[in-house]
Design a protein around this ligand. Sequence first.
Ligand code: UDP
Length: 506
Amino acid sequence: MEMETKTVVLYPGVGVGHLSPMLELSRGIHHHGGGAVAVAVVLVEYPFGDPGFAAAVARARSTHTSVSFHVLPTPPPSPPASAPSSGDAEDDHPMVGLLRYLRATNAPLRDLLRSLSRPAHALALVLDMFCAHALDVAAELAIPAYFLSATGAAALAVFLAVPGLRAPAGAAFRDLGDDAVLPFAGVPPLEVSQLPPGLADDGALCQASLRLAARVPDARGILVNTFEALEPRAVQALRDGLCVHDRPTPPIYCIGPLVSPGAAAAAAGEDDAHECLRWMDAQPDRSVVFLCFGSMGAFPKHQLAEIAAGLESSGHRFLWVVRSPRGGGGGGASPVMDPADDPLEELLPAGFMERTKDRGLAVKSWAPQAEVLRHRAAGAFVTHCGWNSTLEGVTAGLPMLCWPLYAEQGLNKVFLVEEMRLGVEIVSRRSRAAGDGEDGSGEVVTAEEVEKKVRWVMGDSGGARELRERAAAARDKATEALADGGPSQAAFVEFIKDLEAASNDV
Ligand code: UDP
């Protein structure tokens, strides 16, 4: 540690999907920075008691031993950012509360950064976008600050363009009508209805998102967890300054895919491998459909029953990660985790597990996804289109069935299906049962749809074969990007050079 001259402080905010790419970034910084750069990760106590995040932090501490972890003390409650509450239900949206919480961590973050900086020892800060308010701390302490985008380039292009596109009218996109097409640069045509709800409407969530988006160009650079060959149009639009409307766009470093290499215990055949991997070892090559909906995706019981029936009638092998419905039985996700831990037998239809035990495995809450996807037995991935999951699917070379649930996943689905052409949509329809209030979304994916898409993606039609070929080609491009001298490695080198230059500037 004595020879280090710089510490890069990573602040991922909260959520597994935000922590994972930061941890992979730490590996890259160690690799490219040699012994001269130390990495510190700043964590916050998750205000909603997310057990998945706590478990991910515990895993990170054991696997990233060269990183120092610092937990910020819980700040006192802070008032809403905008003046008096509009009375909008979104004021109570958990995301708004979460962003307010993260803003309140500025004071303990400042204290921590002061304690880490010492003479002749420079600091740099890499922020998750949800932590954009920490730019104020960076400016105050003259620490160069970068963002790491937890989304891909296309979702970033949309996010950064929203303030400018809204500015002329000042009105909510929703007022233009759900089928109005918005002129985002670098992405396929997007209708208002395809935007994340917070961006389409005009509530507190939208205002908070606009404030974040407006701050991002203030950073010294933006690291994007993607590779150029995956999203060339969006990367170009960002670089050409077509997304940020009122200022230059900071340098864009496409350093991805930042995907976990997986634990050593994942190696096939090892006794202490996770039960999912041991089960996968016993399956034929490319025969298993893997279903997993991120760190927060959960379905109401009636939707679980539809999935179960569809898998059963498809006749295909499957590995399915099932999470308890959130409180009240609704689906989707929010940052508020429901720790309810119902046994699988009670969540799934009677007799389902017994009837499918020779070709299917359902596990509760969590599977080592990155390793499962890379296993030779994996054949297709039913995904909620979270960005980490998307990249893990891409690097595994698997065709994807896209079932977005929350956040920017609806956008990722459009990009995956229409632009990258690496996935096919699983289509939901309005359901009377769901619309009656059992599921907040009012939508259901039927057993027939699950069966049809699983049969198709695992089948031998020309379309399915072409999809598999495109998926394999994308995997090869990802490998090239990460190889020595590949574009993502080159971008990483540029980033490290800029870090050097930044510490000379201050
Ligand atoms: N993940 C996992 N096992 C699970 C669920 C999720 O390993 O059972 C990992 C997944 O591999 C990914 C991350 O959690 O790296 C989820 O991030 P993503 O951006 O896909 O979705 P989010 O959880 O943020 O919605």
